[in-house]
Design a protein around this ligand. Structure first.
Ligand SMILES: [Zn+2]
Length: 284
């Protein structure tokens, strides 16, 4: 595993953005940072697969598009569409996505209903999918903080991107990082943000969605208690809840996801480089 993370880090094209931008890693479930021409006037609007993409102004006044790459993306050439305010036609920019092989994980869930829900659970699940789908696409204009802190102290029990089997049945890959901790352990906001969704969901248990700016979303699941409500603004390091084991779990832990342009990506790309390979490095 360590070797895999190391090889992921070696894909970094440059460390010069390290303090201002997340870590670039153009693999499925990673982030592509695409420099846009500097000479153009004004902030461009950028889209990737028709979705609005984060655009950040660099110190030298040039722009960078920061794109979340879905776990399902095919390695190879992909395209961004860039609309400059002073141009009539859109610019098309190609970028490369490299392959990355995620490991498989087999989990046994005692509560079989959480693997094969009853017919009457499906209505609730569909409703919650709509709510989380909407939350994943929340967008505010401000530039987010990228120097995230770990939301919980504790060992990482499941890495992002694992291909998952519950009771031997294939399910969606793991869209977050699991951090094991005792029930009641405080969960902190990793960066300033706003609570855009919160509730008790069938699979995710008690959960919270934060929006940090330009569609950067973070998500916390299986909580014992939620300590914030929709509409609250939170500061980095402010408590948002407690670790629990609600929803589909094998034990108490925090499931932590980070999303960009509506897609879950590796949360570790928002931690400081020396914290990305650490298995348990509480910062608070
Ligand atoms: Zn998880």
């Amino acid at each position: 595993m360590f070797y895999r993370i190391l090889s992921l880090l070696l894909l970094l094209p440059s460390l010069s953005f390290a303090t201002e931008l997340p870590t670039a890693s153009a693999v499925p479930g990673g982030i592509a940072i695409i420099p846009l021409a500097a000479e153009q006037a004004g902030k461009p609007h950028v889209r990737y697969i028709k979705r609005k993409v984060m655009v950040i102004k660099n110190d030298d006044q040039s722009w960078s598009a920061v794109i979340g790459l879905p776990l399902s993306i095919k390695p190879g050439t992909h395209h961004l569409s860039v609309q400059w305010p002073n141009k009539k036609t859109k610019q098309r920019i190609a970028f490369e996505v490299k392959p990355y092989e995620y490991e498989s994980q087999y989990l046994t869930i005692k509560n079989k209903r959480k693997v094969n829900p009853y017919k009457n659970d499906m209505q609730r699940i569909k409703k919650e999918r709509r709510r989380s789908g909407k939350a994943k696409f929340q967008w505010s204009a401000q530039t987010p903080q990228f120097n995230f802190i770990r939301p919980v102290s504790g060992p990482e029990s499941s890495q992002f991107g694992l291909r998952r089997f519950f009771n031997k049945q294939p399910r969606r890959p793991h869209g977050g990082l699991d951090i094991a901790a005792a029930e009641g352990t405080p969960i902190y906001a990793p960066a300033d943000g706003k609570v855009v969704e919160a509730g008790n969901f069938f699979f995710n248990g008690n959960c919270v969605f934060l929006e940090h700016g330009q569609g950067l979303i973070s998500f916390y699941a299986h909580m014992n208690k939620i300590k914030v409500k929709v509409g609250d603004t939170v500061k980095q390091g402010e408590q948002i809840g407690e670790v629990g084991q609600t929803g589909r779990v094998t034990g108490p832990h925090l499931h932590w996801s980070v999303g960009l342009n509506g897609t879950w990506i590796n949360p570790k790309l928002f931690l400081a480089a020396d914290d990305q390979t650490a298995n348990a490095a509480p910062k608070h």
